[in-house]
Design a binder for this molecule. Structure first.
Ligand SMILES: C[S@@+](CC[C@H](N)C(=O)[O-])C[C@H]1O[C@@H](n2cnc3c(N)ncnc32)[C@H](O)[C@@H]1O
Length: 420
């Protein structure tokens, strides 16, 4: 019933054939009622609670988070062709663009700016200066867009290493740039003393926000209105330390999904022996870094783009026989039933909805999910930011409890220009 109603509204409201096709596919999926999926459909069809731009869009993890809070994307920028393919396939928007060449003033007006900027910002060289020290960095392009478009707020996301980089000077330059001329934004004051919390930023762990993955990321949040900055608090954990979560819940061959895993995800005996030798070597020189087999009842190590993200998250298979041939393996399968996690399991560990279709080639998919964000973690930050702007008091320990949209109205598709 709900699915039919949504389709009718979308058709009447002038959805393009491409948008209708995507919507129909999602509504037909068994899992569309999963929290994020349904919230996403509502955000798409209803009067938006806020508008946002998705810079360094990747495959749209931050977009999913903002849409789940009732936001509408009015522009996205991404340079990588494979990410663009995945993004276009799932959202029907083309994010193609290079942030270094766009005119900041050409970016669509928006309430919230989202940017999971790449690590190039780490090359900032300055003595805790500000704007001038950021020349030639991708962070500078973000700062210029904030200065030109003056959104109500921004959320910047990056790896935890940014906090300590160059004896904290890099972070100081970034923060000074955000509060100084010509950006002039307001940062939230830290509450309580913590090495992982400071003026305008906090390190949050995805494990605390509903996914079984130990993923610590820095979030930098700023507001145009100083009063909103005063009201803002970083969200409280909803699943402290992964409480109530289990890696088993995302496993394809686990009790929840009961799907055989394709043979290509298993490692060969020869490869396993190589991993063991590599680990022994590193241990012998005092570096405890190597492959890991994760406990089904525990959580995953951080998913990262490179090969180690896969090897530090090996799983003991729970089901057989597996479909597919062993063609991709170098020699016979290992005797211990060890396999890598599948792309779908990575999608779940990043909190992506089931309707999201990864890129067709595994190597690109792992890289794309590894570079993306834990969606529920970002959603909790977006929720807290919007509550500060809208003066909504969030219930204690329920930082993601934001009002959902109930009015349905299709905004003009033309009002979704790409800032290129
Ligand atoms: C850390 S990833 C962000 C992932 C994204 N937040 C997500 O959820 O998938 C950084 C992205 O910035 C993109 N990028 C790097 N340089 C860029 C540029 N000059 N213009 C636009 N995008 C760029 C990269 O291709 C990469 O996908």
């Amino acid at each position: 019933m709900l699915a039919e109603a949504l389709l009718t509204k979308a058709r009447r409201a002038g959805a393009t054939p491409e948008q209708m096709q995507i919507l129909e596919a999602r509504l037909g999926s068994d899992h569309v009622a999963a929290d994020l999926g349904l919230a996403h459909e509502w955000a798409w069809l209803s009067e938006p609670r806020f508008t946002f731009v998705d810079l360094f869009a990747g495959i749209g993890g931050m977009r999913l988070a903002a849409e789940s809070e009732g936001g509408r994307c009015v522009g996205s920028i991404e340079i990588d062709k494979k990410c663009i393919d995945t993004y276009r396939h799932n959202f029907g928007d083309d994010p193609s663009g290079d942030i270094t060449v766009i005119d900041p003033r050409s970016v669509a007006d928006h309430n919230l700016l989202l940017a999971g900027f790449p690590c190039q910002a780490f090359s900032i060289a300055g003595l805790k200066g500000g704007f001038e020290d950021t020349r030639g960095t991708l962070f500078r392009n973000v700062a210029e867009i904030i200065a030109a478009k003056r959104p109500d707020a921004f959320i910047l996301e990056n790896v935890k290493g940014l906090v300590s980089h160059d004896k904290r000077k890099t972070l100081a330059v970034i923060l000074n740039t955000l509060v100084g001329f010509p950006v002039n934004y307001h940062l939230v004051q830290p509450s309580g003393k913590s090495k992982l919390k400071g003026e305008g930023w906090s390190v949050l762990n995805a494990l605390d926000f509903g996914v079984s993955q130990n993923r610590e990321r820095i979030f930098i949040v700023g507001f145009k209105d100083p009063m909103a900055a005063d009201r803002f608090r970083f969200p409280n954990p909803t699943t402290p330390g992964g409480a109530g979560l289990s890696l088993q819940d995302v496993l394809e061959d686990g009790p929840r999904w009961r799907t055989p895993v394709h043979a290509r995800h298993f490692i060969s005996e020869k490869y396993l022996q190589g991993l063991k030798r590599h680990r022994d070597h590193h241990e012998s020189i005092g570096q405890g870094f190597g492959f890991e087999v994760r406990d089904h009842h525990g959580y995953a190590n951080a998913l990262v783009g490179g090969g180690m993200g896969r090897e530090r998250n090996l799983i003991k298979a729970q089901m057989g026989p597996q479909v597919g041939t062993l063609d991709g393996l170098k020699g016979p399968r290992n005797d211990e039933g060890l396999r890598r996690m599948t792309p779908r399991e990575w999608a779940r560990l990043q909190g992506f909805p089931e309707w999201f279709e990864p890129h067709h080639a595994d190597t690109h998919t792992y890289k794309q999910f590894g570079n993306s964000v834990a969606v529920p973690n970002v959603a909790a930050v977006v929720s807290a930011v919007m509550a500060a702007i809208e003066r909504v008091d969030l219930p204690e320990n329920e930082p993601s409890a934001s009002p959902r949209q109930t009015r349905i109205a299709w905004s003009q598709p033309e009002s979704r220009p790409n800032p290129r």
